[in-house]
Design a protein around this ligand. Structure first.
Ligand code: HEM
Ligand code: SF4
Ligand code: SF4
Length: 384
């Protein structure tokens, strides 16, 4: 990408960053710093995940994954079981809430430039997480198995069939054969339970390179979100559509744009090709984003001054990015260990410089001597 384009892109992101920081200031004055939701952008999706797991378990206890049984079991749950409708609504709105907060988290890390270089692992696993979340939500809508759900299945099968070559194999992989059978619902259930389970592993991977990730928001914020969920459940109760008829499914579907983007596009007249371009283009563009801007201090990372390093490990313990390793040394010094920096993980933060009592580690853009000089100049101008 040319330098001019890179600069335009960086300029746009800088504007969004200003906007983000402006909203953050407003939230600080409303909620105080302690409860500012912007500071828990990664933790808040986790709250919804727990609500999804708990409400999903209760739904699973009644769900019957067969062509004949699925609709009546959900109808029974909605109309006969006390709080059954509430749990369905909680499950649905927690899924929407999770996607909304994951998107906020995504925009936040993107606009505040916390997604490139040494943060590439949480970024890439984040793209996988959002894809997986999307698939979990979509299969959830298919499980309802009312007339709209059947229409959603047919739409998805046609959408998959539109891929040249492998389309029909993918479609039969999804529904478990060439036509809809009991296996279709078993497969949906398998996907709908298996995909979220994989999220636990993905989240572990997501946090792997983040030192002290904030994974839980304060109780007050979680309670506020739960209150919001209950209000949504009360205002927009979740019902169940017409009984399924495989020969004549519903002519239209109610589109949840958070989980049915291509279906919504197709329902509004877009071609399958365009819907595929958008569906695949979004994660691909997300994966490419970190490479659009150049690192500000490319090639710079903490440098160990070998002859001063005593191997005390203080920098190793203080480095928030696990960028320092302590290695055995076999040169002529009396010290047995030496700090070694992994350039790919170093964030240039300078914490190790502060930790080292031996002037044995420096970051080139701001070495100790330069920092001392700057402090002296600052002190001098403060005294005069
Ligand atoms: C299931 C969805 C997700 C959950 C539960 C989640 C959770 C979290 C949490 C708890 C953190 C630590 C935040 C902190 O300590 O301040 C984090 C960091 C991060 N996440 Fe996610 N995340 C999810 C999806 C995503 C997505 C979709 C992206 C972007 C594609 C993303 C990119 C990142 C990045 C780059 C960081 C590091 C930010 C930093 O170091 O400040 N995450 N995530
Ligand atoms: S500057 Fe030092 S503390 Fe910071 S990431 Fe690099 S090695 Fe770790
Ligand atoms: S703190 Fe300094 S002396 Fe100790 S291991 Fe790190 S670089 Fe070496």
């Amino acid at each position: 990408m040319s330098q001019a384009t890179t600069n335009v892109y960086a300029g746009i992101i800088a504007q969004f960053q200003r906007l983000t920081l402006f909203i953050e200031r407003i939230l600080n004055s409303t909620f105080s710093q302690k409860y500012n939701p912007f500071y828990y952008h990664g933790a808040l999706p986790n709250f919804f995940l727990w609500v999804l797991f708990i409400s999903g378990l209760l739904l699973f206890a009644y769900y019957n994954p067969t062509l004949e049984g699925a609709y009546p079991s959900l109808e029974y749950m909605t109309k006969q079981i006390p709080s059954g409708a509430l749990f369905r609504a909680l499950h649905r709105y927690a899924a929407d809430g999770m996607m909304i907060f994951v998107l906020l988290h995504f925009f936040r890390v993107w606009f505040t430039d916390r997604y490139r270089e040494y943060r590439i692992l949480p970024w890439i696993t984040g793209v996988i997480l959002i894809t997986v979340l999307y698939l979990a939500g979509l299969t959830g809508y298919m499980l309802i198995w009312d007339s709209e759900s059947v229409a959603l299945t047919y739409m998805t099968v046609n959408f998959l069939n539109s891929i040249p070559g492998i389309g029909s194999s993918l479609a039969s992989l999804l529904i478990g054969g060439d036509i809809v059978t009991d296996y279709t619902l078993t497969r949906y259930l398998f996907l709908h339970l298996g995909i979220p389970a994989s999220m636990l592993f993905l989240l572990w991977w997501h946090y792997l390179r983040i030192t002290r990730p904030v994974t839980n928001a304060p109780l007050v914020l979680n309670l506020m979100l739960f209150g919001g969920l209950l209000v949504a459940c009360g205002l927009w109760p979740v019902g169940i559509g017409e009984a399924p008829n495989l020969a004549t499914p519903s002519a239209s579907i109610e589109v949840d744009w958070l989980y049915m983007l291509p279906h919504g596009m197709l329902a509004n007249g877009a071609s399958p090709f365009l819907a595929w371009v958008v569906l695949l283009g979004i994660p691909v563009a997300m994966l490419l984003l970190p490479y659009l801007q150049k690192k500000q201090f490319r090639g710079q990372f903490a440098q160990v001054v070998n002859e001063n390093c005593t191997g005390c490990s203080l920098c190793y313990h203080d480095c928030p990015y696990e960028a320092i390793e302590m290695m055995d040394r076999d040169d002529d010094t009396r010290f047995k260990r030496i700090a070694v920096v992994d350039p790919g993980r170093c964030a240039n933060c300078g914490l190790c410089v502060g930790a080292c009592a031996f002037k044995a580690i420096e970051i080139p853009r701001m070495n100790t001597e330069r920092v001392f000089k700057e402090i002296q100049v600052a002190l001098g101008s403060a005294q005069s």
